[in-house]
Design a protein around this ligand. Structure first.
Ligand SMILES: Nc1ncnc2c1ncn2[C@@H]1O[C@H](COP(=O)(O)OP(=O)(O)O)[C@@H](O)[C@H]1O
Ligand SMILES: [Mg+2]
Length: 246
């Protein structure tokens, strides 16, 4: 059975979509079959980070309501093991049928090794819809206090949903900060109460790859892209040392 992992944060703009796309691409590039679901209803942009803006035409609502099947989820041209379902643009999270989404995820577990859900910011209805039926969570935070505090609230909300396999990824780490990283990581673990999955450096390539419409890991294999590979390998149970930034 495949694993369903929700990528959440509390605060917006911490890098959920970037990490969801990057980690999903790496899992797929290393041979896993992966389904990405954009659950940021009304604001979708996961398809851009996957370099699939033109081809991502099936939404998870299309599958939930029987207009399409999981087999119709478009595959990436460059990374064929990777498929995506976009978020519906004209729906409210409150109106979405949780049972139908749960059924979709049940089928996804049978067909894919991994299913990554890109959650909306916050801990409201959209977050609960995205997270409720997941097996695990990756909480994305930057190293600033506001982001960490919101990550802690997201961790509490995940615990309320009985999702206990939660880890944190700290994004936009700079070399200067990395010198103090032990303290920062300890702070994160203390305040958020989650073990560290990994760090991702601040990297211009993230923006450049997205504006070129190319998946980050095909744009470069250093920096943020390498960090995604490390995260993906750790998710698969492979030991990878914590990244050193130069
Ligand atoms: N490691 C990084 N280095 C540089 N820019 C980044 C990094 N991670 C994210 N960004 C940029 O930050 C913005 C927000 O990222 P995004 O993944 O959309 O966040 P979220 O999905 O949490 O709202 C985007 O413009 C993205 O390109
Ligand atoms: Mg996003």
């Amino acid at each position: 059975m495949g694993q369903v992992m929700v990528v959440s944060s509390g605060k917006g703009g911490t890098g959920k979509t970037t990490l969801c796309a990057g980690v999903a691409s790496c899992l797929a590039a290393e041979g896993c079959s992966v389904l990405c679901i954009d659950a940021d209803v009304g604001l979708r942009n996961l398809d851009l980070s996957l370099g699939m803006a033109d081809s991502a035409i099936v939404s998870f609502l299309d599958v939930m309501e029987g207009r399409s099947s999981l087999d119709d989820a478009p595959a990436s041209r460059e990374i064929p093991n990777l498929r995506v379902l976009t978020a519906p643009m004209n729906a409210e999270p409150e109106d979405l049928d949780g049972d139908a989404f749960s059924a979709l995820l049940l089928e996804a577990r049978k067909k894919f090794d991994w299913c990554l859900i890109d959650a909306p910011a916050g801990i409201g209805a959209g977050f609960r819809f995205a997270a409720r039926y997941a097996d695990a969570a990756m909480v994305v935070s930057t190293a600033d206090l506001a982001s960490m505090r919101d990550a802690a609230r997201a961790a509490d909300a995940l615990a309320e949903l009985q999702i206990t396999a939660c880890k944190i990824a700290v994004n936009r780490v700079t070399p200067r900060l990395n010198g103090q990283m032990r303290t920062t990581v300890d702070d994160v673990m203390d305040s958020v109460g989650l073990p560290l999955l990994g760090i991702m450096p601040e990297d211009h390539a993230v923006t450049l790859a997205a504006s070129a419409g190319v998946p980050l890991i095909l744009y470069t294999n250093h920096g943020a892209a390498e960090a995604c590979l490390h995260l993906a390998r750790r998710l698969r149970g492979i030991k990878v040392p914590l990244m050193r930034l130069k």
